[in-house]
Design a protein around this ligand. Structure first.
Ligand code: BGC
Length: 347
């Protein structure tokens, strides 16, 4: 007779299978859980590292952005009237000066004769154009006096000396046209001051900038007893904005030798409905360096006839008919010198 207990063993068999199945199921669940856990933990770790990496990336990006922002300082506009001006100046041409000294006393002027204030944004970008040939002694005085004045006037400026090559007759107005074109190739100038090399202002309140009308700056020269030789006089130093200059088709190219080209420019301005703006006779005082008349710059006998016909000639003679060749560009510490071949004098 079978032990009832043992009897039951046969019946227990299916129970044992169930137990095995249960164990298998538990094991399967445990493995599944373990896999899930490992995957989950490793996934979290990845995310954590990714998160950490991203945070580092972001923070270094932010630092760079802040650095960039802090170097891109936005300057305030310079005031309408510079607080650095001193008024009347003592101008002498008997003192001996060297370009080296001029360089040392103007440490903020960059190569090529460029300057802009470091604390404020100038209201205009000004190219100073000097027609030139064999006047190095005069240029030295011009640089000595003008650089400090222009800096006190808080101007963003560049000095361009346009040197006529060769020994044929001088052509001042053509050199000025060339200065306009060449300076614009270097910087986005919007104002052009055309100055003879031998004229120095006697008051830094005579601002070398552009106005709503073309500006005559040398209104009170010692040479003319500190006044105008005649009302229409526009010689010496003048300032025209880019737009004003273009409106008159620039200056004439056909005035070879001394005289008349400034009268032609005056006629151009008036014929385009503009007028001349001037400082008062005290502020506009200026001194001229005395000198002999230059060789090959004799008075032009054709000038009277030419200025009688400005209205007829100005549309075809000017910046639109300018031809020349640049022979050399030199970047000096206090100015840019551009030597040009302006072609032969027409017979
Ligand atoms: C000439 C000008 C000159 C002026 C003053 C005029 O006769 O035509 O070019 O600037 O005299 O010397």
């Amino acid at each position: 007779m079978k032990d009832p207990l043992l009897q039951g063993s046969a019946a227990v068999l299916p129970g044992t299978s169930l137990q095995k199945a249960c164990k298998l199921l538990v094991l399967f669940c445990a493995v599944h859980l373990a896999f899930t856990l490992v995957y989950y933990v490793s996934g979290r770790e990845m995310n954590f590292f990714q998160y950490f990496y991203q945070q580092r990336q972001n923070s270094s990006k932010n630092t760079k952005e802040t650095e960039l922002e802090s170097t891109e300082v936005v300057l305030p506009d310079c005031p309408e009237s510079s607080p650095l001006l001193v008024g009347p100046l003592r101008i002498e041409f008997s003192i001996s000066i060297s370009l080296d000294e001029v360089m040392k006393t103007n440490p903020y002027v960059k190569e090529g004769g460029l300057y802009k204030p470091k604390d404020c944004k100038s209201l205009q970008k000004i190219a100073l154009i000097i027609p030139f040939r064999k006047r190095d002694e005069h240029l030295k005085y011009w640089l000595y006096y003008l650089h400090p004045i222009l800096q006190r006037q808080q101007l963003d400026y560049g000095v361009y000396v346009i040197n006529q090559d060769g020994d044929s007759t001088f052509n001042r107005a053509k050199l000025l046209n060339i200065g306009f074109v060449e300076a614009l190739k270097e910087y986005d100038y919007n104002c052009f001051v055309f100055s003879d090399v031998d004229l120095i202002p006697m008051d830094d309140k005579n601002i070398y900038k552009c106005y709503s009308q073309p500006r005559h700056l040398s209104v009170s020269m010692d040479k003319f007893g500190f006044g105008l030789p005649y009302h229409q006089y526009f010689g010496g130093v003048s300032a025209l904005s880019k737009e004003q200059f273009q409106r008159i088709n620039g200056f004439p190219n056909k005035f070879w030798g001394w005289g008349g080209e400034d009268d032609d420019i005056y006629n151009r301005i008036v014929s385009r409905g503009m007028s001349i703006s001037r400082p008062d006779a005290v502020t506009g005082k200026c001194k001229m360096i005395r000198h002999e008349r230059d060789e090959k710059n004799e008075p032009n006998p054709k000038r009277f006839d030419l200025i009688a016909h400005t209205r007829q000639t100005m549309n075809s003679d000017g910046i639109n008919s300018l031809t020349y060749k640049v022979l050399k560009t030199e970047k000096h510490p206090l100015y840019t010198k551009i030597t040009v071949d302006i072609g032969p004098v027409p017979s």
